[in-house]
Design a protein around this ligand. Structure first.
Ligand code: BES
Ligand code: MN
Ligand code: ZN
Length: 495
């Protein structure tokens, strides 16, 4: 899909479908709604009067023949109340219309830009919406893929600030593509995306986005004493990989290194503490944290903020076998702390802590954000709406929450009081890897906290937001790519 700017007036634009965003409270009485109503011989007013269309968010009305327009079709899309329209509504509207028009075999559309949202943000939102919405998890479909694709998504704008608009579109494309890249990884079956395959993907991204890459194999990890990560991998026929992507701007502050750390379990069977078979197929997506980090690093490499960022992905497969770790085993982590593995299904924290120690000791990280599909409990607490956020630095937590609000990803903070640590006390080692059912998301985070020392750290539990069981008018089912846009926007804000 090509995303571009057109400067024609709305009645002259030559396109398959002219798209106009309509405010719920403006309707046809004023502004562009009125102009369009007059130009179309009262189409908008009659739709409103017959209550066929009210301008509610993501509502559509498809009109076939409007003699006064050069466009072959007119599509109205609701964006809700005018005062509440932000780039979030624009992104959804762009997504809704792209998904809708695709089913009508439309090849070209022109989305009329209205004022309200700053032009650069508007361009970015529309580009993101267009790209995110037309992504579908259909790589393996051989029969239903003849659905047509939108070839040209034009933004119709007569503003003076074309350069700002183009800039916004360029950023939106990078973010949309990088998020879709992460979504593809999450949807990919585990047999086609092993830790080694994750490493190959990272190599491709390093080339594409001008990043440097380091791959640590199991031998190297052994040398470093990563007994916790290697313990998880031990039962699998697939070798683990610790992937490090580095980005550095020549003018980056010398003393600051941001580390983005992702859980990359390419399949989580639970290990010897095996999961029930019902729903186990979803565990191919247990590398969504690592995928988000890879997607974010791709975007960061292309957007070039004045920063130094390392993306660390802890990739392994969690399998039961004769060589697997067993409940009761004790692992020695790279930090030196010992861990009693009381549940081999609490493996995400085991791979993350060695990755985190590596970022602190070998990469001199000064701020750490980790992302992980860590606990089923987060779905019980927050459902598919909010990602849980926890950490040791309130300022950093607040920044991530605020960034999330700007980009349309929601985070809800959970507490991390010391008392929760009591659930992780082991009789024979420094820590045990599971605190049982109560406060599962908090104790999972607490375990990780024990390895972050004095480095400001934030943890995002994306287990219930990384995939969606429901399709939306503007988004397909499956992987969401959650985290990518928050991480990139936050890094950009650090400059
Ligand atoms: N990968 C799972 C968490 C998960 C569950 C992600 C559902 C996505 C959907 C994680 O490794 C896990 O198994 N966690 C355990 C922890 C427990 C044993 C302390 C859980 O949540 O049950
Ligand atoms: Mn698990
Ligand atoms: Zn897992």
């Amino acid at each position: 899909m090509e995303i571009k700017v057109l400067t024609d007036s709305f009645y002259q634009v030559n396109t398959d479908a002219l798209v106009v965003a309509i405010y719920e409270d403006e309707a046809y009485q004023e502004g562009l709604g009125k102009e369009l109503d007059e130009a179309t011989g009262g189409i908008i007013s009659s739709l409103f009067e017959r209550k066929e269309f009210r301008g509610k968010a993501n509502e559509t009305a498809y009109i076939h023949l409007v003699p006064s327009l050069k466009a072959r079709r007119l599509l109205l899309v609701g964006v809700g109340k005018q005062a509440k329209v932000t780039s979030l509504q624009l992104r959804q509207a762009a997504g809704t219309v792209a998904r809708f028009l695709r089913t009508k075999k439309v090849k070209t559309l022109a989305f009329l830009l209205r004022d309200g949202v700053a032009i650069e943000q508007a361009g970015q939102a529309l580009a993101e919406g267009a790209l995110l919405s037309t992504f579908d998890p259909d790589t393996y479909k051989t029969r239903e893929r003849d659905r047509s694709q939108i070839e040209e998504f034009s933004i119709l704008s007569t503003t003076q600030n074309q350069a700002d608009l183009e800039k916004g579109i360029a950023v939106g494309k990078i973010l949309g593509d990088s998020t879709n890249f992460a979504r593809n990884l999450v949807n990919e079956p585990s047999s086609n995306l092993t830790p080694k395959d994750m490493a190959s993907k990272a190599e491709e991204i390093a080339k594409e986005a001008n990043l440097t890459i380091e791959l640590l194999d199991e031998e190297k990890m052994k040398e470093l004493g990563m007994g916790s990560l290697l313990g998880v991998s031990r039962g699998s026929a697939e070798e683990a990989r610790l992937i490090v992507l580095r980005y550095e701007h020549p003018e980056a502050k010398a003393e600051e290194t941001i580390a983005l750390v992702g859980k990359g379990i390419t399949f989580d069977s639970g290990g010897i503490s095996i999961k029930p078979s019902e729903g186990m197929e979803k565990m191919k997506g247990d590398m969504a944290g690592a995928a988000a980090v890879m997607g974010a690093m791709r975007a960061i490499g292309q957007l070039k903020p004045k920063a130094r960022v390392v993306g660390v992905m802890a990739c392994a497969e969690n399998m039961p076998s004769g060589t697997a770790i067993k409940p009761g085993d004790v692992l020695t982590s790279m930090s030196g702390q010992t861990i009693e593995v009381v549940n081999t299904d609490a493996e995400g924290r085991l791979v993350l802590v060695d990755a985190i120690t590596y970022t602190r000791e070998k990469l001199a990280a000064t701020k750490i954000i980790d992302l992980a599909t860590l606990t089923g409990a987060v779905g019980v607490a927050l459902g598919p709406v909010y990602t849980a956020i926890l950490g040791t630095c309130q300022e950093l937590i607040d920044q991530v929450i605020a960034t999330g609000n700007e980009v349309g990803e929601r985070y809800w903070q959970l507490p991390l009081d010391e008392e929760y640590g009591e659930q992780l006390r082991s009789d024979i080692a420094d820590l045990k890897n599971s605190g049982g059912r109560p406060a599962g998301t908090i104790t999972g985070a607490y375990f990780i906290k024990e390895f972050t020392g004095d480095t400001p750290w934030v943890h995002l539990d994306i287990a219930s937001t990384a995939t969606s069981n429901e399709k939306k008018p503007y988004l397909s089912k499956g992987a969401t790519g959650v985290g990518v846009r928050t991480l990139v926007a936050w890094v950009m804000s650090q400059n």
